[in-house]
Design a protein around this ligand. Sequence first.
Ligand code: ADP
Length: 430
Amino acid sequence: MPQTLIATKPRILYIDDDPLNRSLVNRVLTRYDFEVIEAETGLEGIKIATKEIPDLILMDINMPGLDGHETTTRMRTIAGLQRTPIVAITAYATKGDRELALTVGCDGYINKPIDVDKFPYQIVNYLEGQKDTISKDEQQHYLGQYSKKLVERLEAKIIELEDANARLQKIDKLKSDFITVASHELRTPMTLVYGYARLLQSAIKESDETETTEKHVVNLVKKIYKSVYRLNEVVNDVLNVFLIEASSMQLQHQRVNLGKVINSALNELNPNKNNRSLNITLKDFEELPEIIGDAERLKQVFWNLLSNAIKFTPDHGTITIEGRVTKAKSDQLFSSQTGGEVIITIKDTGIGIDSSDRKDIFERFYMVENTAYHSSSKTAFGGGGIGLGLPIAKGIIEAHGGRIWAESAGYNDKQDPGSIFYVLLPIHTD
Ligand code: ADP
C-alpha cells in the first residue's frame, strides 16, 4: 500500500535516457503514491509533456539529442508548460551546473545518485512551489555561456546535416547511374537476341534445307546463346550483390589451388584472342600453398579483378599477378587468423585510380566513368561493367575472412600510373 505524501496523486514526467535510472525513480515515487510517466529522450519528453501537462517534470541533463537544458528551454515556450515545475537531475555536480540549470528555466536541481529517503520530500517541496534562485548577474553570465554553447551545437548539427545530405545525394546519383548502366547492359544483349531471332525465323521460313542454311542457322543460334549468356551474367551479378548485402553467401569449402583458379579465369577472359595486345604474367604460384575456400566464388573474384585490369590497361601494357605467403602475424595486416595467409597482387600499367575513388570503388554501383560514355565490353580498353565487380569481389573475400584493397598513384590516362589490387586470404578459414 503506497504511502501518500500529497492528496492529489501528482503526475510526474521523468525524462532520462538511462532505463535503470528511470526504473529506480519510478519505484521510489510510486511507493509514495505518485504517478510516473517516463520519456527516453528530450523530444519524446516535449511531446508527452505538451499532451499530458504533468504536475512536475524531472529532467536528466546529459542526454543524447536534445539535452536537458535545451529540452527545458523549449518547454518554457509551450503554453501550458510555462509554470510547470521542472527539476534538473544530474550526475555531474561541477561548478555552474546548478546555475546553468536555473538559467535555462529549471526551478530546482537534484544531484544523482538520488537520496531515496529524501527524494520524495524534495519533489513535494517543488510541487508546493519551491523555486531555487540565482542573482541577476549570475543569470546574465550563464545565459551568455548557454547561447554560445547553443550556437556551437547548431553549427555542428548543420555541418552533420550537410554531410548527410551530400552522402544521400551521392547514393541517389549512384542509384540512377546504376539504372542507366544496368538497362544499357541488359538492352545490348537483348537487342542482339531479338535481331538474331528474327533472322532465324526468316532463315527457317526460306529454308531449302541446303547445308548453307543449316550453317547459317547454327551460327545464329550460337549468337543468340552468347547474348542470353550475357543477360544471365548481368542478372547474376545483380543477384550476387544482394546476396552479399544480406550476408547470406553460402561457401562450398574445398582445397583450392589459387594458381589454377586464376589461370582458369584468365583463359575465360582470353584478352589477346579479343584483339588486345597485353603482356600478362603469373608469378610464383607453384610455391603457393593450397587454401581452404570456395573455388567457384574465388574464380569470380579473380575474373572481376583481371577483367578490370584488362579493361583499364591500354594495349602493350603489362599485367602481373603474384602470389606469396605473408609473414602472417608479423605483417599485421590481418592478425586474427591461424595458419597464415596468402596475398595475391594484381598489378597493371593502366590508367590508375584517383585517390578519392580508391575506397568507393568497392561500394555497390560505384563507377568512376561518366555513364554517358558507357560501353559494356569485358576486355576492350575502357569497357565498363555495371559497377558491381569489385563489391562482389569484396563480399566474397570477406566471406572467406580475407581483405581486399587497391593502391594507385592516381588517375592519368596519358601517363598510365597503374593500379595494384591486393587480395589477402587466410589459408584456413577456421
Ligand atoms: P565495373 O563492373 O564497372 O568494372 P567494378 O566494381 O569492377 O565495376 O569497378 C568499379 C570501378 O573501379 C571501375 O568502373 C573503374 O573505374 C575502377 N577500376 C577498377 N579496377 C581498375 C583498374 N585496374 N584500373 C583502373 N580503374 C579501375
